[in-house]
Design a protein around this ligand. Structure first.
Ligand SMILES: C[S@@+](CC[C@H](N)C(=O)[O-])C[C@H]1O[C@@H](n2cnc3c(N)ncnc32)[C@H](O)[C@@H]1O
Length: 310
């Protein structure tokens, strides 16, 4: 190899002065490599390639970038993956549900597939992306910047009932609390920044809060709704066997119970399908990121499940 893929950066929560300081530490890296168990020249599909942290470790084992396909819907992530492209990898700017449909239409199959769901630390850390309630920025939250609709459209234009449903369904807030938040939002409109939204929600909360900010679940809910995140996971799950070569492995890392519930159910269905099962589970129980890296806040809620195609 003549060129090295980009260096990873370290995580820093309090000081972001330029892009080179943004960090993304791949979660559960050792476990992912152990269970995907890459062999020389095997094909690899990374459906959420991000900053290429996992991909870099896989490449070190397979030694062949031209056998890698790296997908991400975020333009900034795609730019970071340029050095993989220079090495011969296929880098695709797309959402993975759409990519999967076209891969299957083209009868493409892979030895390894990785899906590391959710947002990356650099997405959260950049205030202007509007993902984080701790950083004041516009209400954006788009994973794909080509999309027109932003979080501001939902916050300012959805009816109170629809907002309540979103907060209940994707934020898993109890109905009474979701209703109170939805009402406060509609009364405070227009809301243009993450800070104002966080404060409006905070004001609906009586008493002091412990660790988690009262707006955390609503932010998650709006992000999931805006980016159709669960529909993406559902399309993935329906198509896993068609994406894998016989003996091919898939690893899925999820970060919240809504995603993991879908993945867990799919894995359980496979485990209980008897002779009709297309996959064998390599993780009988999920592997949790808690113990992985105490310095990486994302790792704390990571849930890894891995299976192999028969
Ligand atoms: C947790 S990060 C992945 C980090 C990567 N594993 C690494 O080591 O650098 C998740 C990435 O997936 C992307 N992403 C999330 N949902 C996606 C989807 N449905 N389709 C394509 N990319 C998606 C995000 O834009 C983000 O860059």
């Amino acid at each position: 190899m003549s060129k090295k893929p980009p260096q990873q950066h370290k995580e820093s929560n309090d000081h972001i002065s330029n892009e080179t300081e943004l960090l993304h530490i791949p979660v559960l890296l050792e476990k992912v490599i152990e269970l995907l168990s890459p062999k020389t020249n095997e094909t690899y599909l990374d459906l959420t390639a991000g900053y290429g942290g996992h991909a870099r470790a896989i490449l070190a084992k397979t030694g062949n970038a031209s056998k890698m396909t790296l997908v991400d819907r975020d333009n900034f992530a795609i730019q970071q993956l340029e050095s993989f492209r220079e090495l011969g990898a296929k880098v695709v700017h797309d959402d993975f549900a759409h990519f999967i449909r076209s891969a299957i239409a083209g009868a493409k199959r892979y030895n390894m597939v990785l899906v590391d769901l959710g947002v990356s630390s650099p997405q959260l850390d950049k205030a202007e992306r509007g993902f984080s309630l701790k950083r004041n920025g516009p209400l954006d939250m788009r994973m794909d910047q080509r999309q027109e609709k932003t979080a501001a459209d939902i916050v300012n234009h959805a009816s109170e009932t629809v907002l309540q449903e979103i907060i209940e369904r994707y934020g898993e807030e109890p109905p009474g609390r979701a209703r109170a938040i939805a009402r406060a939002i509609t009364r405070a409109r227009p809301i243009l920044t993450t800070q104002v939204l966080a404060d409006v929600i905070l004001n609906t909360h009586r008493g002091r809060f412990q660790k988690t900010h009262p707006a955390t679940r609503t932010f998650q809910a709006i992000r999931i709704e805006l980016n159709r995140e669960l529909e993406q996971v559902e399309t993935l799950l329906k198509n896993i066997p068609a994406l894998l070569e016989p003996g091919g492995r898939i690893a899925i890392i999820s970060f919240h119970s809504l995603e993991d519930r879908l993945v867990k159910q799919y894995f359980a269905d496979q485990a209980n399908a008897g002779y009709e099962a297309e996959l064998t589970l390599l993780t009988k129980k999920a592997i949790l990121g808690k113990t992985d890296d105490v310095h990486n806040p994302r790792a704390r809620s990571a849930i890894l499940r891995v299976a192999v195609k028969k």
